[in-house]
Design a protein around this ligand. Structure first.
Ligand SMILES: [Zn+2]
Length: 145
């Protein structure tokens, strides 16, 4: 184990999603095209929850399709980090971590950006924006009026 990797070989100096997880691959590929998608159950018609998974959390069906979402939602809850608990966040505090309830139902963990941390409120309407990185694209949220 080196200074920059944990006991599972993951790089801890740089935060990177697990892009190769089987169920999550379409999620990350669609984000690359600036499309926020979720698994939609063909059996019961409900959306899966996040993170992506192999069967419907409502009815256990494995028959689903990836469906594009509106990208609109509301802040369900949030925290503001004023301390870098991970080396990758040094110099980036304070930053916001929010639970966003998407209009279609699923709840996504993300960040509200372009907004001072003290102005993030529960129930605040937000809209997805896409943050492109070298290897992946992250869905982040911005307040809407
Ligand atoms: Zn279902």
């Amino acid at each position: 184990m080196s200074e920059s990797s944990d006991n599972r070989g993951r790089n801890v100096r740089r935060v990177r999603p697990f892009l190769e997880e089987f169920e999550a691959k379409p999620f990350w590929a669609n984000l690359r095209e600036h499309k926020l998608t979720a698994q939609h159950c063909k059996a019961c018609g409900k959306f899966f929850t996040f993170p992506p998974q192999g069967s419907c959390p409502h009815c256990l069906s494995t028959d689903y399709e990836w469906t594009q979402l509106s990208g609109k939602g509301k802040v369900y809850s949030f925290v503001s980090y004023h301390r870098a608990w991970h080396p990758a966040y040094e110099g980036k505090t304070p930053y916001n971590v929010s639970l966003v309830d998407l209009d279609e139902g699923p709840r996504l963990i993300s960040n509200v950006i372009d907004c001072p941390p003290e102005q993030v409120k529960i129930g605040m309407p937000v809209q997805v924006v896409y943050e492109d990185n070298d290897e992946f694209t992250l869905p982040k949220f911005r307040p809407v009026n």
